[in-house]
Design a protein around this ligand. Structure first.
Ligand code: CUA
Length: 335
């Protein structure tokens, strides 16, 4: 029994709690503080639990002794109250609870300190089932719009402003910080301070409909220089088509169904209700983490999104084969 429990715990540690989506990663300032707090709570609670279990076993062992007659027990009950052990026990409980309160207080204060001087503002709006991302909103010359991914500069405090367009979602990048709900008609905030460069995965953590599980977010934490390079590239308008096939795709995407929902900066496509595609091919995944970015998956997704992500707002348009080839070629151009 114990062996199977240990195996189960090990499997959970190796799978659910590892890599790009790891609640025990501690790769962000808040995440690291929560792990420290978790450790303090676990250690103190374990000590308390063992002491209680020990006291219970001790009491049970004494109860079974035959010399404990009713008179003896009454005598013991009165004498035990004044026993120093009881005073020590109460003191221990008080010290334990005080330590937990203090640890919790300082963790909370440290998290609040991060929120004082954010260097970057990112607005994230949740939709069924994708993330609309806007850097530096309200500053048109510096605004970058993307979807289902965020890039964060290493060691820089970032203010994430959260909204929802439909139902309640929850923003969660376990390696970096705790969860924060996105509520329609209300703005909530989160502060991220990444401490380790790498690729992470965020996930909607509040059930929000049939495709809740396919509402992921790619997170890239990189050096300030790499972040600046990425930002400068994202600020540019979309790449122009370079081949006849790409040109055909450009014409289809910017004048037919796609343009009603998607925006592609620098082209006639100006839809605002679906992910911005200006630099679509520079992302790591398609459809909010549903499929890795790649030619085969692009064909599958554009030809029939409803079979890949049933219930998604992207309709199956029914492109002819030559239209599909050209649309994929043009989208791959949007680096
Ligand atoms: Cu959005 Cu679950």
């Amino acid at each position: 029994m114990i062996r199977s429990l240990c195996s189960f715990a090990l499997i959970v540690c190796l799978t659910g709690c590892a890599g790009v989506q790891n609640a025990l990663g501690g790769d962000g300032a808040e995440g690291a503080r929560f792990i420290n707090l978790f450790t303090v709570f676990t250690v103190i609670s374990t000590i308390m639990y063992l002491l209680i279990a020990g006291a219970l076993l001790f009491a049970l062992s004494r109860r079974q002794r035959p010399e404990h007659t009713v008179e003896n027990r009454r005598h013991h009950q009165t004498s035990i109250i004044v026993k120093p052990a009881l005073v020590g026990w109460l003191a221990l409980v008080l010290v334990g609870l005080t330590a937990l309160t203090i640890a919790s207080f300082f963790t909370d204060r440290s998290n609040a300190a991060d929120a004082r001087k954010p260097a970057l503002l990112v607005k994230i709006t949740a939709n069924q089932w994708w993330w609309d991302v806007e850097y530096s909103p309200g500053n048109p010359s510096q605004t970058v719009r993307t979807a289902n991914e965020i890039h964060l500069p290493l060691g820089v405090p970032v203010h994430v402003r959260l909204n929802s367009n439909d139902v309640i979602h929850s923003f969660w990048v376990p390696n970096l910080a705790g969860k924060q709900d996105l509520i329609p008609g209300r703005t909530t905030d989160l502060y991220l301070l990444a401490r380790k460069a790498g690729l992470y995965r965020g996930q909607c953590a509040e059930f929000c409909g049939v495709q809740h599980a396919r509402m992921a977010l790619d997170v890239t934490v990189e050096s300030k220089a790499d972040f600046q390079r990425w930002y400068a590239a994202q600020l540019k308008s979309a790449a122009a088509p370079a081949t006849p096939l790409e040109l055909a795709g450009y014409r289809y995407v910017t004048t037919r169904e796609c343009s009603a929902c998607h925006n592609i900066s620098g082209t006639p496509a100006g839809g605002q209700v679906a992910p911005d595609l200006t630099h679509f091919a520079s992302r790591r995944s398609i459809a909010a983490g549903t499929l890795p970015m790649g030619k085969g998956n692009l064909y599958g997704w554009i030809a029939d999104p409803q079979s890949q992500k049933p219930g998604s707002h992207m309709p199956t348009v029914g492109l002819e084969p030559d239209e599909l080839h050209s649309v994929v070629a043009y989208l791959e151009r949007l680096k």
